[in-house]
Design a protein around this ligand. Structure first.
Ligand code: GLU
Length: 342
């Protein structure tokens, strides 16, 4: 009896550059991000053809330190368009690792779909000895093609691990195990394409996100108007008030403090932040500590000073959420609720 081969899922790969597409240049120091096309990356992993049928689209070619709002919106639009195509089962986005957590969290909040969206990168350039990109790409396609990864929000795959967009952070400048999901742990493991999935995410995302109202087909998901300016100020012993004042003068609508410890500022900087909040700037206290919850009213009188606590979000993710939240409201109590919801 003849058996028909079941059709492989179709996965769209959206490429943006990064080290996964990077090349070492003979005789030169370092390497160049985004030197290879996505087709060249795929050609280096012929095993992919056994996992999925691949469509590819080069959305950008950059080191992700240059990631910006315009590219985020383009990526969101292309991701949404792919996911609305009934023939496509999921999307894989190749991306530099520097800002991968910010892009992943942005898409996690604005893309309206339950199909998998997986960001993938690499720490070693494609031309390096023992490059990590090919296995990461293989694993990312396996994750995007697997039916059980639906409705888990945007995921990041690297170093045999699967991370949730909200939890993941880059924690090491150069090592392949750079990504960590400290608070709530991994979304799962992936060993040469074999998945081990853990509990689903706890906070709202993608189709459950209020920033992800489904746009008319082809239009950009997310807020219609430009995101407001939100700056991050890094706190330190002996900090003055000048950088906080400069952010206010530059017309920042929001300010994220990468505070010491539990989101703290010394008295001088704290007074500047309180003045900013009084003047209507949304001030979010996050932490430079790399882990832990910033709670309200522990060492700082958030109620009295009109501040918002970042809860579990690191400064760069607090900035993404605050920009989106400020398109909805400037009410500090409502803004605080966003930080308890996402
Ligand atoms: N800085 C570059 C980027 O984020 C290269 C780092 C990487 O991809 O690991 O795109």
């Amino acid at each position: 009896m003849a058996h028909s081969t079941p059709q492989l899922p179709r996965i769209r790969i959206l490429a943006t550059g990064g080290t996964i597409a990077g090349a070492q240049i003979a005789g030169e120091r370092g390497y160049k991000a985004a030197a290879f096309s996505v087709e060249a990356l795929i050609a280096a992993v012929p095993q992919l053809t056994a996992l999925a049928q691949l469509d590819v689209e080069q959305v950008a070619a950059m080191g992700s330190q240059d990631m910006d709002e315009a590219t985020w919106r383009k990526l969101a639009t292309r991701t949404q368009a792919a996911l609305e195509n009934p023939e496509i089962s999921g999307v894989v986005i190749t991306h530099g690792t520097d800002t991968m957590e910010e892009t992943a969290f942005f898409l996690n909040l604005v893309v309206s779909a339950d199909k998998p969206v997986v960001l993938v990168g690499a720490m070693r350039p494609a031309t390096a000895i023992s490059a990590d990109g090919p296995m990461n790409l293989y694993n990312a396609v396996a994750v995007a093609a697997h039916p059980d990864t639906r409705a888990r929000g945007v995921l990041v795959v690297a170093n045999d691990e699967i991370h949730f967009a909200r939890e993941v952070a880059k924690t090491n400048t150069t090592q392949v195990g750079t990504f960590a999901s400290g608070h709530r742990g991994l979304a799962g493991l992936v060993h040469a394409g074999r998945l081990h999935l853990y509990a689903p995410p706890v906070r709202r995302h993608t189709s459950g996100s209020e920033f992800a109202a489904r746009p008319p087909t082809g239009e950009t998901p997310g807020p219609r108007r430009a995101l407001p300016r939100v700056d991050i100020v890094y706190a330190h012993a002996g900090m003055g008030r000048e950088l906080i004042d400069a952010a206010v003068q530059a017309d920042a609508r929001g300010l994220v403090i990468a505070g010491m410890g539990d989101g703290n500022l010394g008295a001088v900087a704290l007074a500047a932040a309180a003045e900013a909040a009084k003047a209507g700037v949304a001030v979010v206290r996050s932490s430079r500590a790399g882990g832990g919850v910033v709670e309200r009213n522990i060492e700082v009188d958030d109620d009295g000073l009109g501040f918002i606590a970042a809860d579990e979000l690191n400064p760069q993710k607090a900035r993404v959420l605050l920009m989106l939240a400020l398109t909805r409201t400037r009410d500090v109590r409502v803004l605080q609720q966003f930080f308890f919801t996402y």
